[in-house]
Design a protein around this ligand. Structure first.
Ligand code: SAH
Length: 263
């Protein structure tokens, strides 16, 4: 008998935060899918891999919570209250999100809300769109001879905004691949801040829309030209913005695997 792949995470009166991966039902983890199959209640938003819900028990309660950018939003407090309420009724609750619950998306706040209410909570990590979507577009977030790191940031507020905690000047010269989530709305402001802080306008940049879905689109340009090109192509969220020399790398053609670097 092979070792079972999963031990069951869901239990009556508890909440499991499940990372669903970036849209393709094939990219959820085995453990995440097992949780969906066993749950009494599944609370999900629009970036979750909705096809996975077909694997829920027929009697499971499915609760969609709106998270449309600049559209209808279910306030975070209300989502927390749903999780706590269902768990208090003795039900097993899964909070299903796209990507990973602890990469933006306020999963850690949901954990805190459950903990504050005395509800046992655990997390099943997911494949984050921040690295999976670039990979699906053929762009590695790091490449040994080009860039030795990647920095993942949120662009949901523009540089200079009082709500921003990011140091865009530092990001402009950190020499890592920059991966920006929730950055479509303020794309122009973000690119201007980076070039104002010294990043070369010719640095390769890309936007990848609807990654891991049949509607995926990839637009490649430079830091200077990406906002205009994205506007022309009517790029909309959800999309990932990538900046750095890895964007210009053609994996099928170029051999940058310097033999001196292999160890
Ligand atoms: N927790 C999620 C991110 C939530 S924030 C994760 O780990 O992936 C929402 C942002 O994620 C979107 O605005 C977009 O920038 C990105 N995103 C999520 N799914 C995506 C997809 N399928 N294609 C492109 N970007 C995606």
């Amino acid at each position: 008998m092979p070792t079972p792949l999963v031990s069951l995470d869901v239990a009556p009166g508890t909440v499991v935060l499940v990372g669903g991966g970036p849209g393709d039902p094939g990219l959820i983890t085995v453990r995440g899918l097992a949780a969906i199959q066993a749950a009494d209640v599944i609370v999900h938003d629009r970036l979750a891999p909705l096809a996975c819900l077909e694997h829920a028990r027929p009697e499971a309660e499915i609760v969609p919570v709106g998270k449309v950018p600049r559209g209808h939003q279910t306030p975070q407090g209300q989502i927390n209250a749903i999780l706590v309420d269902r768990a208090r009724r003795g039900l097993s609750v899964v909070r299903l999100k796209g990507g990973d619950n602890f990469v933006f998306g306020r999963g850690s706040e949901e954990w805190q809300a459950c903990a504050a209410a005395g509800i046992p909570v655990r997390v099943i990590p997911g494949v984050t769109s921040a690295v999976a979507v670039p990979a699906l577009a053929g762009i590695p977030v790091t490449h040994r001879s080009l860039t030795q790191g990647c920095t993942i940031v949120s662009g949901h507020v523009p540089p200079g905004d009082p709500r921003s905690t990011l140091n865009w000047e530092a990001l402009a010269c950190a020499n890592t691949t920059l991966v920006i989530l929730m950055g479509v709305t303020y794309l122009t402001e973000i690119m201007s801040a980076l070039t104002a802080a010294g990043m070369a306008g010719q640095t390769p940049a890309a936007v990848i829309e609807n990654g891991a879905t049949p509607q995926m689109r990839v637009v490649q340009a430079t830091v200077d030209t990406l906002p205009g090109v994205a506007r022309e192509r009517h790029i909309r969220p959800p999309a990932i913005i990538m900046i750095g020399s890895v964007v210009g790398l053609d994996l099928d053609r170029e051999d940058l695997s310097d033999a001196a670097h292999t160890s």
